[in-house]
Design a protein around this ligand. Structure first.
Ligand SMILES: NC(=O)c1ccc[n+]([C@@H]2O[C@H](COP(=O)([O-])OP(=O)(O)OC[C@H]3O[C@@H](n4cnc5c(N)ncnc54)[C@H](O)[C@@H]3O)[C@@H](O)[C@H]2O)c1
Ligand SMILES: O=C(O)C(=O)C[C@@H](O)[C@H](O)[C@H](O)COP(=O)(O)O
Ligand SMILES: [Zn+2]
Length: 369
């Protein structure tokens, strides 16, 4: 049965920038790419090895409707490959195949592939276009939208990057059926973040419907993905290059990135965001902003979606040090996102090391409150 398509245009400074297409199959992909006027141009699909194996051919067939030349280049799966070395390998391929400035890259995979391919597109020949075809829940609701691209450097998260907007984001939620459960939960980490920072009603809806969502009922997934895309779109439209408002999307990421690095990427991004969310919610409670009941509600909600709110095997001091070496420092103070209430967040610059350490002890299970 033909599935309905949703189109969410993204604007920059009020002018149309690109479309987010939401459709639970690939049947519209070729037509959508055609609108970008790529006839006679080359397209290079940069695919995560798993996503490439599962969906590479179907995507390639669709793209052939837009141009006769479509290559498929595969990169290894995993955060440990989100590096300049992988970017170098893609550059080499593009140079050998004579890609020029009007040709385009297509990211097929999760957030790692999207961030890396976007960064390659931003820098190859001083910038070529790219298309996002996100295949994980996390990438469908968060990383494919907004043009934050980049790679890790010496295990420091996203240390090298650029803002480079995609020309099209094509989201096919049907591909989530092959996604491991743990990766689905990881995406929920960012989705719950969207509710917490911008839409309390949405957060409560997520918790009320957690069973159907976890069972991947398409009647739940489609509105959920659309709502999260809308939250992310609204933030990046208002502040594309993170001069202010966009920093809210970093909720849970300050401590989260530190844990991700210190755990050598053995935890997923969403799992680390969940631990960071617990820390940020704890600090919001300690500051007297949210109630203890809300703190418990948030943490129980994360757990219901299979996400951790604690971690172990790390010392509080090393987590503090890693937290302060992430990119959130601004003239000596740490930019930390806290909650006024569920659905309303703000950037604080006054947190002391003592307060941070207190929250870190809490997520390490070293203090009850
Ligand atoms: N740019 C942004 O705004 C932004 C936002 C959030 C996260 N990120 C970044 O995104 C990355 C995390 O992305 P992720 O969670 O998608 O992880 P990922 O890209 O590593 O993908 C997770 C795993 O899922 C597999 N996979 C992908 N699609 C699949 C499918 N349909 N079926 C089966 N397996 C599939 C991959 O092979 C991989 O093993 C992190 O590097 C994070 O920093 C960026
Ligand atoms: O789009 C954004 O802006 C975000 O912050 C989204 C985050 O979920 C994402 O993990 C992002 O990559 C973090 O950005 P960073 O600049 O803190 O590395
Ligand atoms: Zn994130």
């Amino acid at each position: 049965m033909e599935q309905k398509m949703r189109v969410l245009p993204v604007r920059k400074d009020g002018s149309f920038c690109y479309n987010i297409i939401l459709k639970p199959d690939f049947t519209e992909l070729g037509e959508q790419v055609k609108t970008l006027g790529l006839e006679g141009r080359k397209l290079c699909i940069v695919a995560d090895e798993k996503a490439g194996e599962l969906y590479g051919e179907a995507v390639r067939e669709e793209l052939l409707k837009a141009t006769a030349s479509v290559d498929l280049y595969t990169i290894p799966s995993g955060e440990e490959y989100k590096t300049l070395d992988t970017v170098r390998q893609v550059y080499t391929y593009l140079i050998e195949k004579h890609y020029d400035r009007k040709d385009m890259l297509v990211a097929l995979g999760g957030g790692v592939t999207g961030d890396l391919t976007g960064f390659t597109a931003a820098t190859y020949l001083r910038g070529v276009g790219f298309i996002q075809i996100p295949t994980t829940l996390l990438s469908q609701v968060d990383s494919s939208i907004g043009g934050k691209t980049g790679v890790d450097f010496d295990c420091y998260k996203n240390m090298v990057g650029a803002f480079h907007m995609p020309r099209l984001v094509y989201i096919n939620p049907a591909v989530l059926k092959t996604l491991p459960e743990r990766q689905f939960a990881s995406g929920m980490g960012e989705i719950l973040k969207h509710g917490l920072i911008k839409n309390g009603e949405y957060f409560r809806w997520l918790l009320e419907n957690q069973r159907a969502i976890r069972e991947q009922d398409m009647d739940m997934l489609l509105p959920m993905i659309e709502e999260s895309c809308k939250v992310k779109r609204a933030v990046v439209e208002q502040d594309p290059t993170e001069q202010g408002e966009r920093a809210l999307l970093n909720f849970g990421h300050t401590v989260g990135h530190a844990v991700e690095k210190l755990k050598n990427f053995n935890l997923s991004h969403g799992e680390c965001v969940a631990i960071g969310t617990a820390a940020a919610s704890y600090l919001s409670w300690k500051r007297g902003l949210i109630s203890e009941k809300d703190l418990v509600y948030i943490c129980e909600g994360l757990k219901e979606f299979g996400l951790p709110v604690r971690t172990d095997g790390l010392s509080a001091e090393e987590v503090l040090k890693a937290t302060k070496s992430d990119k959130k420092m601004d003239a000596g103070s740490i930019k930390f996102v806290l909650l006024y209430r569920i659905g309303d967040a703000f950037v604080d610059r006054t947190l002391t090391d003592g307060e941070l350490l207190d929250a870190i002890h809490w997520i390490l299970g070293e203090s009850l409150y």
